[in-house]
Write a protein that binds this ligand. Structure first.
Ligand code: AMP
Length: 217
């Protein structure tokens, strides 16, 4: 399976990507996580990247393209992968199409999870993210076993700077302008799988499993 997972900020792409990876044994590639790692390790562009992410804006296409090109060709990804947060612009989608073609395998499906803005804003408002492993929790919808701590590594959960209301408004605006057009792109290639993101986490996971199975037939 070679998958991309698309949808507005806060719809649960990261949460579902982790579950799909656990079920299907795919390689998980999150460009947002890779960028946050780069910021944490304080590399060359860390300051500019942080300013960009905190403001809810997209980083330049070339930069995220490098992350994808480097990883997709590694042995664990050759068996199958899920791209979480990539592509986010038409030019990234075209670049990915060229890359998968050159690797000899096109995408199996583009999962599109959607929910209205009021649902997204409520979810983002209650979100806590693990600074160590990047897992997301929600204090009502997906609470950790121990309050404020990551189930996997016990790290104290944090509120992401780009989950603040002003950055969220910008992320929703950028999504509508730059990312939403990708739905038409993948629909025209007959690989778009649409998922109702208003359900709870387990129900969305079941929906994805069923729809992927039907799509593969
Ligand atoms: P995410 O963790 O997917 O919500 O991504 C967090 C932030 O990382 C986004 O708001 C962007 O600033 C940046 N980012 C992640 N993926 C991309 C991408 N494919 N293109 C440009 N910027 C990205």
């Amino acid at each position: 399976m070679r998958l991309v997972i698309l949808g507005p900020p806060g719809v649960g792409k990261g949460t579902q990507a982790v579950r799909i990876v656990e079920r299907l044994g795919l390689c998980h590639l999150s460009t947002g996580e890779a960028l946050r790692d780069a910021i944490r390790s304080d590399g060359a562009n860390a300051k500019d990247l942080k300013a960009c992410l905190d403001a809810g804006q997209l980083v330049p296409d070339e930069l995220v393209a490098t992350i994808i090109v480097d990883r997709l060709d590694e042995p664990d990804c050759r068996r199958g992968y899920i791209l979480d947060g990539f592509p986010r612009t038409m030019s990234q989608a075209e670049m990915l199409e060229g890359l998968t073609r050159s690797l000899g395998n096109g995408l199996s499906a583009a999962l599109f999870i959607d929910a209205p803005d009021d649902v997204l804003i409520e979810r983002i408002g209650g979100r806590g993210t693990c600074p160590e492993c990047g897992r997301s929790y929600h204090h009502v919808f997906a609470p950790p076993a121990s309050v404020g701590k990551c189930d996997v590594d016990g790290a104290a959960l944090e509120h992401r700077a780009d989950d603040e209301p002003e950055a969220v408004r910008e992320r929703l605006r950028v999504y509508a302008e730059r990312t939403a057009p990708l739905l038409g792109f993948y629909r025209s290639r007959d690989i778009l799988v649409e998922i109702d993101g208003t359900a709870d986490v387990d129900a969305i996971e079941r929906q994805i499993a069923d729809r992927l199975e039907a799509h593969a037939r």
